[in-house]
Design a protein around this ligand. Structure first.
Ligand code: SF4
Length: 379
């Protein structure tokens, strides 16, 4: 279990440019670049298709230090969105017709402007999502949070990587599972996750190791059964997500010698049918300083939107956002593996199934699916 962030460990992967260089490395010549996969399928560069979600990462401070965190968040991080930047976010939301404000972190609730953001978006009649780690809801000093979220009908998307205590704690820290269960029961008592209420409570699963997640529908049934029978917990839906090779998970892959093997799995599971629904096509991601990105993953890699100069929430041109190309890299294979992600999918990855890895075809792209039959180029 990591106790310190990569930054505090002085790990080179804390530097976004170093992560980018690992992902772009030519040390793995049989591992294609993401852009090459698009070309081989005769598919165009990814482009925006509107903006339906404004996702705001208010900082890297968190009360947990999870093993796979792509933000490298933790109690030792100090990055936190200022009121000036939060105010610019709300101004932009007000001037646009974007229906959803999606607040993430770190533990976003630890930002002093969190409640203000929620209230202002609520006044503007926008949907609000809180990407919640659950334990913050039962942390000392945050007792007001569950009722506050319910009062403003905030949708909660919460990480719970397993219904087994040992698996969950090995990924998220000792005691996290029990506190998460306590938080879920509290949310249920307020109506969250129950039929007949409009308080949505979604859970997020991600694999413990270098594998792809199982089929989402099967896993959701299993979660529902286990959580209901053992703890009396209800929830709205489950997202089964793929870990993207970024930050701590990338470190984990490299440290354990699994990087090539894992990337190969993602490449083999490439599914062109996922491209229409990639969240980056209908989302804008804002960092704690107000810089704009196509998604939270690109944010962590420092791949800032160019429209044509680096865009920020202070001087953004909405029309240019709509016309932009999306910046991609090998990490994008994590979003296109298997079943892909829904437009409003969770920021830690995307729901998908996990097709088996074909034998003897490592690092080559799979044959195109029927929708793209005849478009495969094997150059
Ligand atoms: S990481 Fe995923 S969401 Fe982000 S740009 Fe790549 S494909 Fe799009």
């Amino acid at each position: 279990m990591i106790q310190l962030s990569l930054l505090r460990q002085l790990n080179p992967l804390a530097d976004a440019s170093y992560q980018r260089s690992v992902l772009a490395s030519t040390d793995y010549p049989a591992l294609p670049q993401f852009e090459a996969a698009l070309v081989q399928y005769g598919l165009p560069t990814l482009r925006a298709a509107g903006v339906r979600i404004l996702q705001v990462n208010v900082g890297k401070l968190c009360n947990q230090t999870c093993r796979h965190c792509h933000v490298d968040a933790g109690p030792d991080r100090r990055e936190s969105m200022s009121w000036d930047t939060a105010e610019a976010v709300i101004r932009f939301l007000k001037d646009s017709a974007i229906p959803t404000l999606d607040i993430t972190g770190g533990a976003p609730e630890m930002n002093p402007n969190f409640r203000w953001l929620v209230k202002e978006a609520w006044k503007l009649k926008r949907n609000v999502i809180d990407r919640c780690n659950l334990t913050i809801l039962v942390a000392k000093g945050y007792e007001y949070l569950p009722a506050f979220l319910a009062e403003h009908q905030v949708e909660i998307i919460a990480s719970l990587p397993c219904y087994s205590e040992s698996n969950c704690d090995s990924q998220r820290g000792d005691g996290v599972f029990q506190r998460s269960i306590q938080a879920l029961q509290l949310l249920n008592s307020l109506g969250y996750g129950l039929e007949g209420t409009n308080l949505r409570l979604s859970l997020v699963y991600n694999p413990l190791g270098p594998s792809l997640p199982p089929r989402q529908a099967d896993l959701e049934s299993k979660y529902r059964l286990e959580l209901r029978e053992r703890f009396g917990i209800e929830f709205t839906r489950l997202y089964a997500i793929t870990n993207l090779p970024i930050s701590r998970f990338l470190d984990d892959l490299l440290q354990n010698g699994h990087y090539e093997e894992y990337m190969s799995r993602l490449v083999q599971a490439f599914n062109p049918n996922t491209l229409d629904n990639l969240m980056c096509r209908t989302m804008i991601s804002v960092d704690w300083l107000g810089n704009l990105f196509d998604c939270d993953f690109n944010q962590m890699l420092g791949l800032q939107i160019q429209t044509p100069k680096p865009a920020t929430i202070f001087d953004v041109n909405f029309q240019q956002l709509l016309e932009r190309n999306i910046l991609t890299s090998r990490h994008c294979f994590g979003c296109t593996a298997g079943a892909g992600c829904p437009p409003a999918g969770p920021h830690h990855g995307s729901p998908r199934g996990a097709p088996p890895v074909p034998q003897g075809r490592r690092y080559s792209l799979p044959a195109p699916c029927t929708r793209h039959a005849g478009r495969w180029r094997s150059d």
